[in-house]
Design a protein around this ligand. Structure first.
Ligand SMILES: [Zn+2]
Length: 492
């Protein structure tokens, strides 16, 4: 596939260090609160990327950290530890908070059909490894001790800024958040590898180290976890674009300094989810969660569909109206798939191959998921048999993960889809196969057939017949509600 690489600022042919195998790393959540749907946009797009690579035939080893220590309120190593903040807010221990929000994160992922990575590593589980790498950086002269902390010395690098397409405002992260500069730093971009002089006496989690009792900086955990589980050569590193600086920039600095060779080949950054009032952010206090979407009556997969409709490198504007549109389109798509006959025999392999090639080409162009969605509609319109169409949709869904066939099967059961009445009713204009007859309560095929006959009559402008059927049904205690493309009947 071709993928935009934020490190080279170009779309490139995706290649890996070991042919056929992708070493992939994803920055995981800081588990001090629920993930907001903006964070989850990144995880959805990364999930599609992983699944697309598998679809292309790669074996993928995906690794993710869980940040349960060391991530301070500002990404520039200042402010309070986020975990401690969460624990104080809820009057629980840091470990309870970590457990609760880690579980909540994976529940959200499951609801959004996001696959769990092969390796999920909490930062607190690998402290010895962080100490080993920090010691190595000190030995190699890339780090220094000052005021009790260990810092990475960015002046030792030939170049430090790698991503120049991040928001320039992010460069002033310390200034923006109104926090004082750390006087122990020799250079303004130097960052903490190990803290011992925390200004918070009640820092909950501390470990012994050669530099005193303390805890790791946030950036070092991702480098160490990736080097341990992905090896020395990382093919693909993913994250939200707001992590490009300073987090990913620092990961590159310390990993390459430690390894002595280039580290990660390809950087994939997902852009922000915006609301009408700006970027969605937890620090602003108000944020949207998957639970809230459910409370509002949305299927979480409608949110996945909404995300897939636009490109990952563009900001996406979230509003209830936009989500309503996506949810409506998703529901309609499922209904169209439900109208296909699932018992029609074997698929035509030539048809499946033809559409698969098109999907590979279109989605393989910088993960163009909206073209992937377009492919679904192309299949539905195709002059192919239902079995082949269903096989192709199922195949695409290995990447898109919209539960298309499962949802369609549930829809068939729920809605008692009735096929068009056989010819011989004598209508000049036939109701199309997609016309749905639904019922509330107990099903009754005879009633459904009469309701469909009435729809045919109306379509043929035979209103006298349509009224006659309606009156007959009414006499039997059946009321019909017509909506565009469907009728719903119920016993009253
Ligand atoms: Zn990270």
């Amino acid at each position: 596939m071709y993928l935009y690489n934020s490190a080279t600022h170009k779309k490139e042919l995706f290649q890996t260090h070991t042919p056929g195998r992708v070493e992939m790393y994803t920055c995981g959540p800081t588990v001090y609160h629920f993930a907001h749907i903006g964070n989850l946009r990144s995880y959805i797009m990364e999930d599609v990327l992983e699944k697309f690579l598998r679809y292309e035939g790669y074996e993928v080893n995906r690794v993710m950290n869980i940040t349960d220590v060391g991530h301070l309120a500002s990404d520039a190593d200042t402010g309070e530890d986020k975990m401690l903040k969460g624990a104080k807010r809820e009057n629980k221990s840091v470990m309870d908070i970590a457990k609760f929000y880690t579980d909540a994160f994976f529940d959200d992922c499951a609801a959004l059909n996001i696959k769990t990575p092969e390796v999920v590593q909490p930062a607190t589980g690998l402290i010895d490894e962080f100490i080993r790498v920090v010691s190595g950086l000190l030995d190699k002269g890339y780090a220094y001790e000052a005021g009790g902390n260990v810092y990475f010395d960015t002046s030792k690098l030939d170049h430090y800024y790698v991503f120049n397409d991040h928001d320039e405002e992010d460069l002033a992260v310390g200034v923006r958040e109104g926090v004082e500069e750390d006087a122990n730093k020799r250079g303004k971009n130097d960052f903490v590898l190990w803290f011992t002089k925390s200004k918070f006496e009640d820092q909950a989690l501390k470990w012994d180290s050669p530099w005193g009792v303390g805890y790791p900086g946030w950036h070092i955990e991702c480098s160490c976890i990736s080097m341990k589980f992905n090896g020395e050569y990382l093919d693909l590193h993913c994250g939200g674009v707001d992590n490009a600086f300073p987090h990913h920039t620092n990961e590159i600095a310390q990993s390459e300094a430690y390894l002595g060779h280039p580290w990660c080949r390809q950087w994939f950054h997902v852009h922000h989810l915006n609301t009408n009032s700006g970027k969605m952010s937890k620090s602003k206090g108000e944020f949207l969660t998957v639970s809230l979407l459910k409370d509002w009556g949305y299927d979480p997969l409608a949110y996945r569909f909404f995300c897939l409709q636009s490109h990952y490198r563009k900001g996406l504007v979230f509003s209830r109206e936009n989500l309503d549109n996506a949810a409506g389109a998703y529901k309609k798509l499922i209904r169209r798939i439900a109208a296909l006959n699932p018992d029609q025999g074997a698929a035509d392999p030539a048809v499946v191959r033809q559409y698969r090639e098109r999907f590979l080409e279109l989605v393989g162009n910088d993960l163009n998921t909206s073209m992937g969605i377009t492919c679904l509609y192309d299949v539905l319109k195709a002059p192919a048999d239902d079995a082949s169409k269903l096989a192709v949709l199922d195949d695409f869904d290995r990447v898109l993960s919209l539960s298309l066939l499962e949802q369609a099967a549930a829809e068939r059961q729920k809605l008692a889809v009735v096929q068009p009445a056989p010819s011989g009713i004598g209508l000049g204009s036939r109701v199309e196969g997609e016309y749905l007859v639904r019922h509330k309560g107990e099903p009754d095929p005879e009633i459904s057939a009469l309701v469909l006959q009435r729809a045919h009559a109306k379509q043929a402008k035979n209103f006298a017949e349509a009224d006659r059927i309606r009156d007959e049904l009414k006499a039997r205690g059946i009321e019909i509600t017509d909506r565009p493309g469907e009728s719903v009947w119920e016993r009253i």
